[in-house]
Write a new protein. Structure first.
Lengths: 114, 115
């Protein structure tokens, strides 16, 4: 069965500092991995995805994530956080052989302090 | 590109009434659409998967007679909450994918409040 773990309910970081939001996953086959961001009372916005190829994936708004197969992780990173990055971040996984069913993590709330 | 809209963005209704929520893909053909439910401060829970022209596939524990899903065209899916009760109050989000694509695009969500 597929599962996603986001071990931190909340991450606090000062503006200008690097940020990391952690995600680990479990799938039976090869994974498709996604990061989405959600602002209050809004739907999810796509940030980036890993399908195959280079383990370092670059996405929207300066975010990037690194796929680590041995650690089954896909942590989201940004070199310099902005106050406007404060939001709820979801990691998601889909088994490449399992159709479109996507499992979402519980979400991590990011607070960036000015 | 890849814009998904939902209507209404919020709705308040009385207990016992039915509410219809529309999900539209504005600039692509959505062969598959998904309906999620999100409780406050929680993740998304997949309710059902709908493919254009066929019956929706519901996740375990989701009442198909209560949450009616119709995907009549490649750009429109509807979710009807029948005989709504206060416990149905939630944030409902749809997403859509097109054939051969690997990314879901999400609508802005609909907040349903049942009094």
């Amino acid at each position: 069965a597929q599962s996603v773990a986001q071990p931190e309910d909340q991450v606090n970081v000062a503006e200008g500092n690097p940020l990391t939001v952690k995600c680990t996953y479990s799938v039976s086959g090869n994974p498709y991995l996604f990061w989405y961001v959600q602002y209050p009372n809004r739907g999810l916005q796509f940030l980036l995805k890993y399908i195959t190829g280079d383990n370092l994936v670059k996405g929207s708004y300066g975010f990037e994530a690194e796929f680590n197969k041995s650690q089954t992780s896909f942590h989201l990173k940004k070199p310099s956080a902005l106050v406007s990055d404060s939001a709820l971040y979801f990691c998601a996984v889909r088994d490449q052989t399992g159709g479109f069913k996507t499992i979402f993590g519980a979400g991590t709330r990011l607070f960036v302090k000015a | 590109g890849a814009v998904v809209s939902q209507h209404p963005s919020w709705v308040i209704c009385k207990s016992g009434t039915s509410v219809k929520i529309e999900c539209r893909s504005l600039d692509f053909q959505a062969t598959t659409m998904f309906w999620y439910r999100q409780f406050p401060k929680q993740s998304l829970m997949l309710m059902a998967t709908s493919n254009e022209g066929s019956k929706a596939t519901y996740e375990q524990g989701v009442e198909k007679d209560k949450f009616l899903i119709n995907h009549a065209s490649l750009t429109l899916s509807t979710l009807t909450v029948t005989s709504a009760h206060p416990e149905d109050s939630s944030f409902y989000i749809c997403s859509a994918v097109t054939s051969g694509a690997d990314t879901q695009y999400f609508g802005p969500g609909t907040r349903l409040t049942v009094l």
